[in-house]
Write a protein that binds this ligand. Structure first.
Ligand code: CDP
Length: 215
């Protein structure tokens, strides 16, 4: 039987990374940050001086980019020419271009394959925008984590990051290919007035309930 996949989607700065990491830790599953994968491609293209509008060129470059999507311990990592990418992924140029790069169908198809690969041999908690709708549409464990726009903007500012999340959300919701949308069968969690611990507990309890029903 295929190992379980927990899908956590939601808009920018909704707290899904923090929550997904803790859910993965509690369950002993591997945490996969798919945003980092899109960000790595956006960063690499910026380094090469390639604009997000150059769709054809980007599609051609994809198979030869020196990027590796692996994991260290139970957490996904992104390497460029063997070097782990970290702070590069939240540079302003990446914040500004990532949602445009992520709208390119070839980019999404390229990463979809790599994202599914993670779950071939192990249980994962994967966070992103289209995990419940496109990456693992058949998983019974889907969560749509959100918060009011004010709360999300405040959370991003508290991280010390300048990031126009409103524009990114608009791009992510309006793109044709796998837009950000709640899967019809996802459990919606509005975290505006919840602590991280409460959100994690709600998800872990729901997974436990569903797992008991299945077995
Ligand atoms: O941390 P934050 O929620 O702001 O963003 P992220 O998860 O790092 O994702 C950065 C961008 O990557 C998003 O705004 C989307 O444009 C894109 N993305 C996507 O299209 N599909 C995913 N599964 C994950 C991210």
């Amino acid at each position: 039987m295929k190992p379980p996949a927990i899908a956590i989607d939601g808009p920018a700065a909704s707290g899904k990374s923090t929550v997904a990491k803790l859910v993965a830790k509690k369950l002993g599953y591997t945490f996969i940050n798919t945003g980092a994968m899109y960000r790595a491609i956006a960063w690499y293209l910026a380094q090469q001086g390639v604009a997000p509008a150059q769709h054809e060129k980007i599609a051609e470059m994809l198979p030869n980019m020196p990027l590796d999507f692996g994991k260290e311990g139970a957490v996904s990592t992104v390497l460029c020419a063997g070097k782990r990418l970290g702070r590069e992924l939240t540079e302003p140029v990446v914040n500004d271009s990532v949602s445009l790069v992520a709208a390119i169908p070839e980019v999404r198809a390229f990463l979809l394959h790599k994202q599914r690969e993670y779950n071939e041999s192990e249980a994962v908690v994967m966070e992103g925008r289209d995990i419940g709708t496109a990456v693992f549409p058949d998983t019974p464990f889907k969560y749509y984590v959100t918060a009011s726009e004010e709360v999300r903007a405040a959370r991003r500012a508290a991280q010390g990051l300048t990031d126009s999340i409103r524009e990114r959300d608009k791009n992510d919701r309006e793109r044709a290919c796998s837009p950000l949308t709640r899967a019809a069968d996802a459990r919606v969690i509005d975290t505006s007035d919840m602590t991280v611990e409460q959100v994690v507990a709600e998800i872990v309890n729901d997974i436990k309930d569903k797992t008991q029903v299945q077995s």
